[in-house]
Design a protein around this ligand. Structure first.
Ligand code: GLN
Length: 208
């Protein structure tokens, strides 16, 4: 059975996420159709989802005004994998520390937006990430990245930079402050969708 994936497509690296999802899924011997999510009604069709970076205030407004927010909550409540990056993490958090962001409360973390500086301070760091398929450091690209200040009891920290968590897992949700879709290394997408024991991607045996 082919999988169905969705990428929230208000702004940010939508195509890059779609490509990384295709790469991750094919590394696991499966096929996938990726939909861009611009309206309600698509999320319920999806086995797995990604919400890219961009501007968290804009993405927050969009997912609420289009009726996508409750569908994202239902997806996570059904234990299906959701991968959120950068601004996607801010919107999915439980506290973005910014009144202009209406948090989805899907990752129990408190956020400091732009904690690692402005656009010109973008950087790449070799990151040790728990749960990857091998021990090679992950080339993490940070662009006006948020930091995670506080994590709830259900949250597992997968990686930290400068003493602050930058990759976490909360049940079926994996979140990074950096941008794994911007490198050809799809190990974090694989971790979010296939090596996340807390999430369920339907398997061939379940569907046949
Ligand atoms: N700084 C952005 C925000 O706070 C996030 C940046 C990004 O997604 N690359 O919304």
């Amino acid at each position: 059975m082919s999988l169905t994936a969705g990428v929230v497509a208000v702004q940010g690296d939508v195509e890059e996420h779609a490509t990384a999802i295709e790469r991750a899924v094919s590394a696991h011997g499966r096929e996938v159709t990726v939909h861009e999510i611009r309206e309600s009604g698509v999320v319920p069709e999806c086995d797995l989802l990604a919400m890219p970076g961009g501007e968290s205030t804009t993405i927050s407004r969009f997912v609420h005004s289009e009726g996508i927010a409750p569908e994202l909550r239902d997806h996570v409540a059904a234990n299906k994998p959701l991968f959120v990056t950068c601004a996607g993490l801010i919107v999915a958090s439980s506290d973005a520390n910014d009144d202009r962001v209406e948090e989805l409360g899907l990752v129990d973390v408190t956020i400091e937006r732009n904690a690692f500086g402005r656009q010109k301070d973008s950087f790449e760091a070799p990151l040790a990430v728990d749960g990857l398929a091998d021990d090679e450091p992950y080339p993490a690209v940070f662009i006006r990245a948020p930091a995670i200040d506080d994590v709830g009891e259900t949250v597992e920290v997968l990686a930290s930079w400068d003493g602050r968590p930058v990759a976490v897992r909360d049940g079926p949700v994996v979140a990074t402050a950096f941008h794994p879709e911007l490198t050809p290394d799809s190990r974090i997408h694989e971790l979010a969708f296939f090596e996340n024991e807390d999430a369920s991607v339907p398997t061939l045996t379940e569907s046949t």
